[in-house]
Write a protein that binds this ligand. Structure first.
Ligand SMILES: Nc1ncnc2c1ncn2[C@@H]1O[C@H](COP(=O)(O)OP(=O)(O)OP(=O)(O)O)[C@@H](O)[C@H]1O
Length: 329
């Protein structure tokens, strides 16, 4: 299927900083593609170029078959963007704001009103439907304003929907509704580019993921592929109280090292994530339990492998160390 967004070799510098470094990605109709990366990874720079706010130094951006660098205005008409900053809606009720966005996307007054009411209900915002946003953040809370921006981006089914951190300051109940709506919007034919640094949430909704680190694509693919091809890995999360007992270098202090094969160890702050095979679950838990009893671990948990360890391993953070296979008994 023809992609609704195609980016090839995109490069954008700010002085000596290469904010996007030879980035390529593709979003097809019906697909949710997650663009992940830490603060400063280059996500907003990429989005700004797609919507014509910045010009690339090199590379190609095509939106719905239109060259977005040569014809930014024509390309922009096919894109609905929820920016990271709050959308200015002061003076409007929640429903009216969504209706205005629907009208701008070509729906007639009746269709726009109906679509706005449906979205407000779908997102669990009925209680605020007719509440007016007022200056200085009054009238509607930050979370409701964020959802208003989200509803304004998804209403009317633009060919390409770009959502920049849509779930920031949204409560847990409405987050669920939001992710369900993202999926519905894609199922109805839009291509969705979801920009986030929340890898756990992204995993639930995306079809493909592209991870940026310091401007470069470091991993890309489906969540299943990025988790590990067999999909049968477990993660042992450890919170050491002092030296890490899973580190062969310090293990002698609290007993033997982990008695199971460890495929990967990622250390992030106080937390350590060990990727272990499923048949090692019982041995891994009993090792961790004994360390918990001795007080060398503050806590531990064994969970199915998520994208988080792949993400942490692929992205750089000076406060973090990643090791490959460490063997085991
Ligand atoms: N206008 C600008 N002038 C100079 N440097 C910039 C500018 N915009 C972005 N940068 C730099 O480019 C790099 C990428 O920034 P960008 O805002 O795209 O990252 P991001 O992934 O969106 O981060 P965040 O998650 O914090 O929004 C950073 O090093 C940033 O400091």
């Amino acid at each position: 299927m023809t992609a609704v967004l195609e980016i090839e070799g995109l490069t954008r510098r700010f002085g000596t900083v290469v904010a996007n470094d030879d980035v390529s990605l593709r979003v097809r109709p019906g697909e949710v593609v997650g663009l992940l990366g830490h603060n400063g990874a280059g996500k907003t720079t990429l989005v700004s170029q797609v919507v014509g706010l910045l010009r690339p130094d090199a590379g190609r951006i095509t939106v719905g078959g239109v060259d977005a660098v040569a014809r930014p205005a024509a390309a922009r008409r096919m894109v609905a963007l929820q920016p990271q900053a709050h959308v200015p809606i002061d003076g409007l009720t929640l429903t009216a704001a969504v209706k205005v966005a629907a009208r701008l996307r070509g729906l007639d007054a009746g269709q726009a009103g109906e679509a706005a009411r449906r979205l407000v209900a779908e997102l669990g915002l009925g209680a605020w439907a007719d509440r007016r946003a007022l200056p200085e953040g009054r009238g509607l809370s930050g979370g409701v304003r964020r959802l208003a921006g989200f509803a304004m981006a998804v209403v009317g089914g633009a060919p390409l929907v770009i959502l920049d951190e849509p779930s920031n300051d949204v409560d847990a109940v409405r987050r669920r509704a939001l992710w369900a709506t993202v999926r519905r919007v894609a199922d109805q034919g839009s291509g969705v580019l979801l920009v986030t640094h929340n890898v756990v949430e992204a995993e639930r909704v995306v079809d493909e993921l592209v991870v940026l680190d310091a401007g470069r694509v470091v991993i890309a693919g489906t969540p299943a592929r990025l988790r590990g091809d067999d999909g049968l890995r477990l993660e042992l999360h450890l919170v050491p109280d002092g030296p890490d007992p899973s580190d062969p270098g310090t293990a002698t202090a609290g007993g033997p090292p982990v008695p199971v094969p460890v495929r990967r160890r990622v250390r992030s702050g106080r937390r350590v994530l060990l990727t272990v095979p499923p048949d090692a679950a019982a041995a891994a838990v009993s090792w961790a339990a004994s360390h918990r009893e001795q007080g060398t671990l503050d806590g531990y948990a064994l969970t199915p492998a998520t994208l988080e360890d792949a993400y942490l391993a692929a992205t750089s953070d000076p406060a973090r160390e990643t090791e490959g296979v460490t063997g085991g008994a």
